[in-house]
Write a protein that binds this ligand. Structure first.
Ligand code: IMP
Length: 206
């Protein structure tokens, strides 16, 4: 059976990945960074979501000697010229938490009338240390003035997706997991891998 490595040990992400790949799990197995002995710390030195996801996927596939995928995601705010972008996780410093990142974002946006923003997720697939493909998902919305809701993580409590009047923090996983940037990128990679499985007896990216 095909083994593919999800290059993360973030339990929240692993759950989402497993759920998205559920229809294929009779034909493939997902391992995570925790299953790979001595899994290395991989530094995100790229300048875009694509580059960072690709770096993580290539290094993981080379180290574990199996196909690997990795994601990189973040929030882009129009009036901040795309910030925090690829620096979303470190926006308020390395040791800050979600609440501090949200406070910094709201402070930067104070008095700004343009509240447009989007979440971006890029998933990269690699094999033998070489890029295979990247898959991008986006969800557009607006940033509100004060956090609302307790679901999710990161900037969810201040992000209202287009077509809704509640934040991701209020909407919860039933809605978020259908319309989010990560859900859309996952849909694309799952379709790609399904095609590969369908068209090959022996799964190989060569
Ligand atoms: P990374 O993809 O693990 O590098 O982290 C990206 C950062 O972007 C997270 O730490 C969050 O701050 C933010 N982010 C990415 N996706 C989401 C989301 O679905 N909701 C809220 N914040 C997110």
């Amino acid at each position: 059976m095909l083994q593919i490595l999800a290059a993360t040990s973030n339990k929240h992400k692993v759950e989402e990945f497993r759920a998205a790949f559920a229809p294929l799990l009779s034909r493939m197995e997902i391992l995570t960074a925790d299953d790979i002995h001595g899994y290395p710390e991989i530094r995100e030195t790229g300048t875009s979501f694509e580059e960072n996801a690709d770096i993580k996927a290539r290094e993981a596939s080379a180290y574990a000697d199996m196909p690997a995928f990795a994601d990189d995601s973040g929030l882009e705010v129009a009036v901040l010229n795309g910030a925090p972008g690829i620096f979303s996780a470190r926006y308020a410093g390395d040791h800050a938490g979600d609440a501090e990142r949200i406070q910094k974002l709201l402070a930067e946006m104070k008095g700004k009338t343009n509240r447009r923003a989007r979440f971006v997720c890029v998933i990269a697939l690699a094999y033998r240390g070489t890029s295979v493909k990247t898959f991008r998902g986006e969800v557009n919305g607006t940033i509100i003035d004060e956090p609302r809701g307790t679901h999710g993580f990161g900037y969810d409590p201040v992000f209202v997706p287009d077509g809704y009047d509640k934040t991701f923090g209020e909407l919860g996983p039933e809605v978020k997991d259908k319309i989010s940037h990560r859900a859309k990128a996952l849909e694309k990679i799952v379709a790609f891998i399904k095609e590969e499985l369908d068209s090959m007896d022996d799964f190989e990216f060569e």
